[in-house]
Design a protein around this ligand. Structure first.
Ligand SMILES: [Mg+2]
Length: 213
């Protein structure tokens, strides 16, 4: 059946893919650790652009000429969430689908290009086949609410007719603005407390069953 909802907006990491962080997946593959800059970001000492710049600098210490394609190849190994292959094409036939992610755009494009009407995530600037060291910030970690509002107004869809899903406190501003906010595979209590509906199981097909979509 077709419900009153028009659009479904997904966080990526922990929701569409079964990893907590696409950034961490790349760090792991280079055996680097960004704890210092993560703490500096949490303490408000650095902004999103500087956080990304420091992450890319870590990769470049291991592989100075790394390209966006190299990063995409690393990220291709990230598993899609259970239920993705059956559920997402089914939903895409019926609803506008989008990704709003603080994760890496090369991964969002790889999993989403065939099934999502728009993809907002954070990208890596490249010149002459090499990362320049700068990021392209489309979604600030604490800015998902603003991005969500801009996007649905551009699409001309009322927020009441949107469903939004996220797994962490970074998604709270987004799911609170949506007509229906879902905590999927929740990683912390804040997202659970903010949600209209909680799906603990890591299985996207439950969306169709639970919401009668
Ligand atoms: Mg997430």
């Amino acid at each position: 059946m077709i419900s009153n909802y028009k659009a479904i907006i997904f966080d990526m990491d922990g929701v569409l893919v079964d990893v907590k962080s696409s950034w961490a997946k790349v760090h792991e593959s280079f055996c680097v650790d960004n704890e210092d800059s993560l703490n500096a970001y949490k303490d408000g000492i650095i902004n999103d652009e500087e956080f990304i710049r420091r992450d890319i600098a870590l990769w470049k210490t291991e592989c100075p000429q790394i390209s966006r394609e190299d990063i995409k190849n690393i990220l291709k190994k990230v598993p899609k969430m259970k239920g993705f292959s059956d559920t997402i094409p089914y939903l895409h036939d019926r609803y506008t689908l989008g990704i709003i992610s603080g994760g890496l755009k090369p991964l969002a494009e790889f999993i989403g290009v065939d099934h999502f009407d728009f993809i907002l995530a954070n990208d890596l600037e490249e010149k002459n086949g090499e990362l320049t060291g700068e990021g392209i910030v489309e979604v600030k970690l604490d800015g998902k609410g603003v991005v969500f509002e801009k996007l649905i107004s551009r699409l001309g869809i009322e927020k009441e007719r949107c469903i939004a899903l996220g797994n962490s406190h970074f998604d709270v501003p987004m799911i609170k603005k949506a007509g229906l906010g879902i905590a999927f595979n929740p990683d912390d209590q804040e997202i659970v407390d903010a949600a209209d509906l909680v799906i603990e199981e890591k299985d996207l097909s439950l969306l169709i069953d639970r919401l009668d979509l």
